[in-house]
Design a protein around this ligand. Structure first.
Ligand code: GMT
Length: 377
């Protein structure tokens, strides 16, 4: 199969899912053509069957806002024609699914049928969906796709609730590739961050307001009142300064290290004892799954798809959004020496049910379904 894979190339979960999916398809012998404005961060080096086509926007003085969607659609058309793509898999409704619709119509005009599968990842639905100015485009792009997947049942039902959807949406969860967790030797040792007898807590995100990073700091400050601990904050974004300020105000700044963006956040996760994810909304929570795959139990909120990933009392514990006292109590319970090993094992076990080998066939079946011959007029 020749697949065009369209995603955001950045550190976000949707880009990671698209990139790892593309790599797994390529490893099975499929040809995968990434179409993005930059090299996807997890693409790694030179590998068979993987190609990268850059979407380049020239700066034209007439445009205050360069028309990225149109340049992307043109690139999709060019790659589809030249590489004889069988299908396009676009990650995010806006602008990828809407550009794919434009590309599909242009190709149809030339007698080429290019099926499009759209994967919804979350903020395109849960945040943009609340902005009425996007609603018609998102609904249209979803309805016009040949297949649509969502990363959790929660996101599937939000999509039906927020948009005028008249088609099936299949749930295909995020996944992990266990080989990535096998040998996570980093140049840091755990002792660089936490002394003997101290627990190491970790948070990884893009520090957007939806992540409630100040709640990480608040819950951590309450936890250190109960047991000795240190906190690693991995990532960067708009709310980082507020979180740093809060750590100083709460008197825990000397226990918190802000590491910024890491090329491979798994290296930091692998050193941790507990992962904190107090998000306001989270369609799946790939970072939580990756923590569990490192054997790190999770304290998270009950928001969105998180309860589908973290089994309360098994691979971690859940609390209502904003309830930092409960989060701190959960953290203290999971970190207690008599509980921690058991939760580590259970986190690993739970993560293994999201193995790529179980999830890849779901995408392949969806691809095969849209590849059945289709008239071009
Ligand atoms: O979490 C983010 O803010 C990044 C965002 C993205 O668009 O890349 O992640 C979303 O997609 C991931 C992959 O499907 C999910 O695991 C994340 O839960 C989802 N983020 C939100 O819903 C906030």
């Amino acid at each position: 199969m020749r697949v065009g894979m369209v995603c955001y190339p950045t550190f976000g979960g949707s880009g990671v899912v698209a990139t790892e999916l593309g790599k797994a398809l390529a490893a099975q012998g499929h040809e995968v053509h990434f179409i993005t404005y930059d090299q996807p961060v997890r693409l790694g080096s030179f590998r068979p069957n993987v190609y990268y086509h850059e979407v380049r926007i020239s700066k034209y003085p007439l445009f205050d806002y360069p028309p990225y969607e149109l340049v992307l659609a043109s690139k999709m058309v060019e790659v589809a024609r030249q590489q004889k793509l069988d299908l396009l898999h676009v990650h995010y409704a806006i602008p990828h699914a809407s550009s794919a619709y434009t590309a599909k119509q242009i190709l149809k005009d030339g007698g080429i049928h290019l099926p499009v599968i759209t994967t919804l990842h979350g903020t395109d639905i849960t945040l943009l969906g609340k902005d009425p100015s996007f609603e018609p485009v998102i609904s249209f792009a979803i309805n016009q796709s040949d297949a649509v997947t969502a990363v959790s049942s929660s996101l599937q039902s939000d999509t039906y609730k927020l948009f005028g959807i008249n088609r099936d949406i299949e749930v295909i969860p995020n996944f992990i590739c266990p080989s990535h967790f096998a040998d996570l030797g980093s140049e840091h040792a755990r002792s660089d961050f936490a002394a003997e007898g101290e627990s190491l807590v970790c948070h990884v995100s893009n520090f957007r307001s939806v992540k409630r990073v100040e709640d990480v700091v608040r819950a951590f400050a309450l936890l250190v009142a109960q047991r000795p601990a240190r906190l690693l904050m991995v990532g960067d974004g708009p709310d980082r300064p507020a979180a740093e300020r809060l750590a100083r105000e709460l008197g825990v700044a000397d226990r918190v290290t802000f590491l910024g963006k890491l090329k491979n956040p798994l290296e930091a996760l692998a050193l941790a004892d507990l992962f904190l994810l107090p998000s306001e909304s989270e369609s799946f929570g790939l970072a939580a799954l990756e923590a569990m795959a490192c054997g790190v139990p999770v304290v998270a909120t009950e928001a969105g798809g998180l309860p589908e990933v973290i089994r309360h009392g098994v691979s971690g514990m859940l609390a209502p959004v904003g309830d930092v006292e409960r989060m701190a109590d959960h953290a203290a319970f999971l970190l207690a020496p008599e509980n921690h090993d058991q939760f580590r094992k259970q986190a690993l076990e739970r993560a293994s049910s999201f193995h790529i080998d179980a999830v890849l066939p779901l995408y392949l079946t969806a691809y095969e379904r849209i590849l059945t011959p289709h008239p071009t007029t």
